[in-house]
Design a protein around this ligand. Structure first.
Ligand SMILES: [Zn+2]
Length: 237
């Protein structure tokens, strides 16, 4: 039997220039999740769909995460036309992506987000994905640099954005901030975010909005962070 490729081409209409944007996707049935790191970084058997999440219009240079491609307001459209399109050289992003090609696509999206002054949580999401791709490549320094960016933008998102309606809820945001603070070595700050989350969970009004899995993970990581603090104190003393 002939093997069917796990990649296929889908398309969306560019919200900036109206062009038909073809992009590569992975067939859902060929995606097998093997495991996830504590910051949700996923590992797959076979093709990794994360590498295909940055979608870029080949005509005008507009770029976005695949899930928010159409979500751009009038001011953001104007900023894209003013700051991205004039510098854009037409090019295609179709087909299989290497880690480096995925990084390039994510960085074009990140530049787009900065230039159109997109919401902080979108910038944080793309920084986190760039960090993951560097992790897949075992490039620790660059991974840590982008984890730090993601941490700063998640904190801004937590303080500035309404997290009650979008995909990122405030409890997951707290968890990610705690987790990324731990990875950055800010252990006390990490504990503060996790204990804030556990306090929310003890409030009957908020409890139903927080998944058991998130709280289980939180309790495990709190213990891990306490152990890390103890080890560091031991080394210092
Ligand atoms: Zn376009």
């Amino acid at each position: 039997m002939e093997e069917i490729s796990s990649l296929y081409t889908s398309h969306k209409k560019c919200p900036i220039c109206g062009a038909k944007v073809d992009f590569t996707k992975i067939r859902t049935r060929s995606v097998r999740l093997l495991k996830q790191d504590s910051d949700f970084c996923p590992y797959y058997e076979g093709e990794n769909p994360i590498l295909y999440e940055a979608v870029i219009c080949p005509e005008c240079g507009y770029g976005s995460h695949i899930t928010t491609f159409e979500q751009v307001n009038g001011i953001e459209k104007a900023r894209t036309r003013e700051k991205i399109t004039p510098k854009w050289h037409k090019r295609c992003f179709l087909g299989e992506r290497t880690y480096d090609q995925a990084l390039e696509a994510f960085k074009i999206v990140l530049l787009n987000l900065y230039e159109r002054e997109a919401v902080r949580s979108e910038i944080a999401k793309i920084c986190l994905r760039i960090a993951w791709v560097y992790r897949y490549k075992n490039e620790d320094q660059l991974e840590n640099k982008f984890l730090e960016h993601a941490l700063n933008y998640y904190k801004m998102a937590y303080h500035e954005e309404d997290l009650t309606s979008g995909k990122l809820d405030e409890y997951t945001c707290m968890f990610i901030i705690g987790e990324l603070s731990k990875r950055a070595g800010h252990y006390n700050e990490s504990l503060q975010w996790f204990s804030r989350l556990i306090t929310c969970y003890s409030d009957p009004l908020q409890k139903s909005h927080i998944s058991n899995k998130l709280i289980e993970n939180t309790r495990d990581i709190v213990q891990e962070v306490k152990d890390l603090i103890a080890v560091n104190k031991g080394e210092a003393g």
